[in-house]
Design a protein around this ligand. Structure first.
Ligand code: HEC
Length: 240
């Protein structure tokens, strides 16, 4: 009987952990719900992040690993996704659920506009940069006036987070660049946090499934260990 309670407590421990990870959704200290061992994506943040990506970033950047139909993974129904994308056009054609997230700016035009710099595809950006999700957030909120001893290159902007501090991307976000359907206040920091969360999902869409499987496997192994201990005790009980 004692053993049963012990086993139940052990099994409940990791589940409890998962629950607290879900409750955390705050920027202070800087943290995304998907971080940590049991973290999972915050679907509301991902939906807001998609809105920021589509409204602001997509005019220059693609995220071509993703199709619009994949957005059902953000907790939207196919009809809701269809509604969301109803007014989006690529090459003057309306996009379909099977279209990829392609930026609106042709490469040649981008190179001419940004002094040769081309907006990179954002599909793997969070995975490709160290501390990717925080990096994207800091990059988007890191625009500052250049210090007096820095001479900016032509068509470049000072950014505290960008390696070398001079980036060809103009500050893309402003307060109220989007209007969130869930009533969240659209500050620059909030938009940056949400689009960073969205881009981490784009880089690693299977994180939730992987962690769920991992958690179940750990629970199963704990159970198996306890069963092995119990069996061993029973078998050897009368051996003196
Ligand atoms: C007006 C066009 C434009 C918009 C809008 C824009 N970007 Fe960029 N972005 C660029 C360009 C150009 C570069 C390449 C900068 C360079 O090489 O100096 C870039 C680079 C980046 C990088 C790569 C930084 C690195 O470490 O290499 C990230 C990440 C990024 N943008 C994210 C975003 C996000 C997120 C948004 C939307 C909130 C966005 N951008 C909106 C033009 C844009």
């Amino acid at each position: 009987m004692k053993f049963g309670i012990f086993a139940a407590a052990l099994l409940a421990a990791p589940l409890g952990f998962g629950a607290t990870a879900h409750a955390e959704d705050t920027l202070v200290p800087l943290h995304w719900q998907s971080q940590g061992t049991f973290g999972s994506y915050d679907q509301a943040a991902l939906q807001r992040g998609f809105l920021v990506y589509q409204t602001v970033c997509a005019s220059c950047h693609s995220a071509s690993a993703v199709h619009y139909r994949d957005l059902t993974a953000l907790g939207l129904t196919t009809e809701q996704v269809a509604d969301l994308i109803a007014n989006i056009k690529q090459d003057n054609q309306p996009v379909t659920l099977n279209s990829r997230l392609i930026g609106a700016l042709p490469k040649a035009q981008a190179a001419a506009t940004f002094g040769g710099a081309i907006p990179p595809d954002l599909s793997n950006m969070v995975a490709a940069r160290p501390k990717g999700v925080a990096y994207v957030y800091h990059l988007l909120t890191g625009y500052q006036p250049a210090p007096a001893d820095v001479t900016l290159m032509a068509k470049h902007y000072y950014n505290a987070a960008y390696p070398g501090n001079q980036i060809a991307m103009p500050a893309p976000l402003t307060d109220n660049a989007v209007t969130y359907a869930d009533g969240t206040k659209a500050t620059t920091a909030q938009e940056a946090s949400d689009v960073a969360a969205f881009l981490s999902w784009v880089s690693d869409p299977n994180l939730d499934a992987r962690r769920q499987i991992g958690l179940r496997a750990v629970i199963f192994l704990i159970f198996l260990t306890l069963l092995a201990i119990a069996t061993k005790r029973k078998i050897w009980r009368d051996v003196g």
